[in-house]
Design a protein around this ligand. Sequence first.
Ligand SMILES: Cc1cc2nc3c(=O)[nH]c(=O)nc-3n(C[C@H](O)[C@H](O)[C@H](O)COP(=O)(O)O)c2cc1C
Length: 179
Amino acid sequence: MSKNIVVLSGSPRKNGNTARLAAAFIEGAKAAGKEVAFFDVAKMHIGGCLGCGYCFKNEGVCVQKDDMPPILAALRQADALVLASPVYYFGVSAQIKLAIDRFFALLKVGMPVKRAALLMPCGDPTVDAAAASIGMFRQICAYQKWEEAGIVIAPSLHEPGEIEGRAELDLARKLGGNI
Ligand SMILES: Cc1cc2nc3c(=O)[nH]c(=O)nc-3n(C[C@H](O)[C@H](O)[C@H](O)COP(=O)(O)O)c2cc1C
Protein backbone atom coordinates (compact mmCIF):
# COMPACT_ATOMS: atom_id res chain seq x y z
CA MET A 1 0.00 0.00 0.00
CA SER A 2 1.21 3.48 -0.88
CA LYS A 3 1.34 6.33 1.64
CA ASN A 4 2.58 9.34 -0.31
CA ILE A 5 0.96 9.91 -3.67
CA VAL A 6 1.72 12.51 -6.32
CA VAL A 7 -1.24 13.32 -8.61
CA LEU A 8 -0.63 15.28 -11.83
CA SER A 9 -3.73 16.57 -13.58
CA GLY A 10 -3.28 17.78 -17.15
CA SER A 11 -6.50 19.37 -18.41
CA PRO A 12 -6.79 23.15 -18.74
CA ARG A 13 -10.56 22.97 -18.16
CA LYS A 14 -11.72 24.04 -14.72
CA ASN A 15 -13.99 21.41 -13.16
CA GLY A 16 -13.56 19.25 -16.23
CA ASN A 17 -13.79 15.48 -16.38
CA THR A 18 -10.08 14.98 -15.73
CA ALA A 19 -10.26 17.21 -12.65
CA ARG A 20 -13.26 15.23 -11.37
CA LEU A 21 -11.53 11.88 -11.89
CA ALA A 22 -8.47 13.21 -10.04
CA ALA A 23 -10.67 14.60 -7.25
CA ALA A 24 -12.46 11.26 -6.82
CA PHE A 25 -9.13 9.46 -6.65
CA ILE A 26 -7.84 11.93 -4.05
CA GLU A 27 -11.04 11.59 -2.01
CA GLY A 28 -10.55 7.82 -1.86
CA ALA A 29 -6.85 8.16 -1.03
CA LYS A 30 -7.41 10.70 1.76
CA ALA A 31 -10.26 8.63 3.24
CA ALA A 32 -7.74 5.77 3.47
CA GLY A 33 -5.27 8.03 5.33
CA LYS A 34 -2.83 8.64 2.48
CA GLU A 35 -0.92 11.85 1.84
CA VAL A 36 -1.57 13.41 -1.56
CA ALA A 37 0.42 16.09 -3.35
CA PHE A 38 -1.75 17.43 -6.18
CA PHE A 39 -0.42 19.45 -9.11
CA ASP A 40 -2.69 21.08 -11.69
CA VAL A 41 0.06 21.02 -14.32
CA ALA A 42 -1.99 22.70 -17.05
CA LYS A 43 -2.09 25.83 -14.85
CA MET A 44 1.65 25.75 -14.18
CA HIS A 45 4.57 27.08 -16.18
CA ILE A 46 6.50 24.00 -17.18
CA GLY A 47 9.00 24.06 -20.01
CA GLY A 48 9.95 21.15 -22.21
CA CYS A 49 13.02 19.10 -21.27
CA LEU A 50 16.10 20.64 -22.90
CA GLY A 51 18.00 17.34 -22.96
CA CYS A 52 21.04 19.28 -21.73
CA GLY A 53 22.16 16.71 -19.15
CA TYR A 54 22.60 19.35 -16.40
CA CYS A 55 20.44 17.24 -14.05
CA PHE A 56 22.70 14.20 -14.49
CA LYS A 57 25.69 16.21 -13.27
CA ASN A 58 23.77 18.08 -10.53
CA GLU A 59 22.00 15.52 -8.33
CA GLY A 60 18.73 15.63 -10.24
CA VAL A 61 18.40 19.42 -10.18
CA CYS A 62 17.01 20.83 -13.45
CA VAL A 63 18.63 23.88 -15.01
CA GLN A 64 15.20 25.41 -15.78
CA LYS A 65 13.77 27.77 -13.16
CA ASP A 66 10.07 27.20 -13.75
CA ASP A 67 7.25 25.46 -11.83
CA MET A 68 8.69 21.95 -12.14
CA PRO A 69 10.99 21.82 -9.05
CA PRO A 70 8.12 21.35 -6.51
CA ILE A 71 6.86 18.40 -8.59
CA LEU A 72 10.32 16.85 -8.73
CA ALA A 73 10.71 17.38 -4.97
CA ALA A 74 7.35 15.69 -4.32
CA LEU A 75 8.30 12.77 -6.58
CA ARG A 76 11.45 12.26 -4.51
CA GLN A 77 9.15 11.60 -1.49
CA ALA A 78 6.41 9.66 -3.28
CA ASP A 79 5.71 5.94 -3.41
CA ALA A 80 2.91 6.28 -5.99
CA LEU A 81 2.19 8.48 -8.99
CA VAL A 82 -1.10 9.20 -10.75
CA LEU A 83 -1.33 10.72 -14.22
CA ALA A 84 -4.73 12.25 -15.01
CA SER A 85 -5.17 13.61 -18.51
CA PRO A 86 -7.83 14.04 -21.17
CA VAL A 87 -7.20 12.33 -24.51
CA TYR A 88 -5.95 15.05 -26.83
CA TYR A 89 -5.48 13.90 -30.42
CA PHE A 90 -5.13 10.26 -29.33
CA GLY A 91 -2.45 10.97 -26.76
CA VAL A 92 -2.08 12.66 -23.38
CA SER A 93 -2.38 16.46 -23.25
CA ALA A 94 0.74 18.41 -24.19
CA GLN A 95 0.59 20.08 -20.77
CA ILE A 96 1.05 16.81 -18.86
CA LYS A 97 3.59 15.48 -21.37
CA LEU A 98 5.83 18.47 -20.60
CA ALA A 99 5.85 17.40 -16.94
CA ILE A 100 6.36 13.71 -17.78
CA ASP A 101 9.40 14.46 -19.94
CA ARG A 102 10.90 16.38 -17.03
CA PHE A 103 10.90 13.16 -14.91
CA PHE A 104 14.16 12.68 -16.84
CA ALA A 105 15.85 14.86 -14.18
CA LEU A 106 15.36 12.06 -11.64
CA LEU A 107 16.51 9.17 -13.83
CA LYS A 108 20.02 9.08 -12.42
CA VAL A 109 19.25 9.87 -8.77
CA GLY A 110 16.09 7.74 -8.82
CA MET A 111 12.72 8.23 -7.13
CA PRO A 112 10.96 6.00 -4.60
CA VAL A 113 7.78 5.61 -6.68
CA LYS A 114 6.67 1.96 -6.70
CA ARG A 115 3.31 2.06 -8.47
CA ALA A 116 1.42 4.25 -10.87
CA ALA A 117 -2.09 4.80 -12.22
CA LEU A 118 -3.69 6.49 -15.23
CA LEU A 119 -7.02 8.37 -15.17
CA MET A 120 -8.32 9.48 -18.56
CA PRO A 121 -11.58 10.80 -20.04
CA CYS A 122 -12.11 10.91 -23.79
CA GLY A 123 -14.78 12.05 -26.22
CA ASP A 124 -14.92 8.92 -28.35
CA PRO A 125 -17.53 6.34 -27.36
CA THR A 126 -14.93 3.58 -26.98
CA VAL A 127 -11.75 3.35 -24.92
CA ASP A 128 -9.75 2.85 -28.15
CA ALA A 129 -9.02 6.60 -28.24
CA ALA A 130 -6.85 6.07 -25.15
CA ALA A 131 -4.81 3.21 -26.65
CA ALA A 132 -1.67 5.26 -27.35
CA SER A 133 -1.75 6.81 -23.86
CA ILE A 134 -2.22 3.40 -22.24
CA GLY A 135 0.71 2.12 -24.32
CA MET A 136 2.87 5.07 -23.24
CA PHE A 137 1.84 4.63 -19.59
CA ARG A 138 2.64 0.91 -19.61
CA GLN A 139 6.00 1.45 -21.25
CA ILE A 140 6.92 4.10 -18.69
CA CYS A 141 5.86 1.71 -15.89
CA ALA A 142 8.00 -1.09 -17.34
CA TYR A 143 10.97 1.24 -17.85
CA GLN A 144 10.77 2.74 -14.36
CA LYS A 145 9.90 -0.63 -12.78
CA TRP A 146 6.63 0.75 -11.43
CA GLU A 147 3.77 -1.61 -10.78
CA GLU A 148 0.66 -0.73 -12.79
CA ALA A 149 -1.85 0.01 -10.03
CA GLY A 150 -4.82 0.78 -12.26
CA ILE A 151 -6.15 2.44 -15.40
CA VAL A 152 -9.53 4.20 -15.51
CA ILE A 153 -10.69 5.31 -18.98
CA ALA A 154 -13.98 7.22 -19.18
CA PRO A 155 -15.37 7.42 -22.77
CA SER A 156 -18.12 9.56 -24.35
CA LEU A 157 -17.37 12.73 -22.37
CA HIS A 158 -17.50 16.12 -24.07
CA GLU A 159 -18.74 18.84 -21.72
CA PRO A 160 -16.88 19.72 -18.52
CA GLY A 161 -18.32 17.82 -15.57
CA GLU A 162 -20.35 15.46 -17.76
CA ILE A 163 -18.71 12.60 -15.83
CA GLU A 164 -20.80 13.41 -12.74
CA GLY A 165 -22.67 10.29 -11.52
CA ARG A 166 -20.69 7.90 -13.72
CA ALA A 167 -19.19 4.63 -12.50
CA GLU A 168 -15.65 5.68 -13.45
CA LEU A 169 -15.67 8.15 -10.52
CA ASP A 170 -16.30 5.25 -8.13
CA LEU A 171 -13.51 3.28 -9.81
CA ALA A 172 -11.14 6.22 -9.33
CA ARG A 173 -12.24 6.60 -5.69
CA LYS A 174 -11.63 2.90 -5.02
CA LEU A 175 -8.26 3.07 -6.75
CA GLY A 176 -7.33 5.95 -4.44
CA GLY A 177 -8.13 3.80 -1.43
CA ASN A 178 -6.31 0.73 -2.70
CA ILE A 179 -3.22 2.09 -4.40
C1 LIG B 1 -7.69 19.60 -28.19
C2 LIG B 1 -8.60 18.43 -27.94
C3 LIG B 1 -8.30 17.22 -28.53
C4 LIG B 1 -9.10 16.11 -28.27
N1 LIG B 1 -8.78 14.92 -28.86
C5 LIG B 1 -9.53 13.82 -28.61
C6 LIG B 1 -9.21 12.57 -29.21
O1 LIG B 1 -8.27 12.43 -29.98
N2 LIG B 1 -10.00 11.49 -28.92
C7 LIG B 1 -11.07 11.59 -28.06
O2 LIG B 1 -11.73 10.58 -27.82
N3 LIG B 1 -11.37 12.77 -27.46
C8 LIG B 1 -10.64 13.88 -27.71
N4 LIG B 1 -10.96 15.08 -27.11
C9 LIG B 1 -12.09 15.13 -26.15
C10 LIG B 1 -11.63 15.11 -24.68
O3 LIG B 1 -10.73 14.06 -24.42
C11 LIG B 1 -12.84 14.94 -23.76
O4 LIG B 1 -13.82 15.93 -24.04
C12 LIG B 1 -12.49 15.00 -22.30
O5 LIG B 1 -13.63 14.67 -21.54
C13 LIG B 1 -11.97 16.37 -21.87
O6 LIG B 1 -11.56 16.32 -20.53
P1 LIG B 1 -11.67 17.61 -19.58
O7 LIG B 1 -13.14 17.83 -19.31
O8 LIG B 1 -10.92 17.24 -18.37
O9 LIG B 1 -11.03 18.75 -20.28
C14 LIG B 1 -10.21 16.22 -27.38
C15 LIG B 1 -10.51 17.46 -26.80
C16 LIG B 1 -9.72 18.57 -27.08
C17 LIG B 1 -10.07 19.89 -26.45
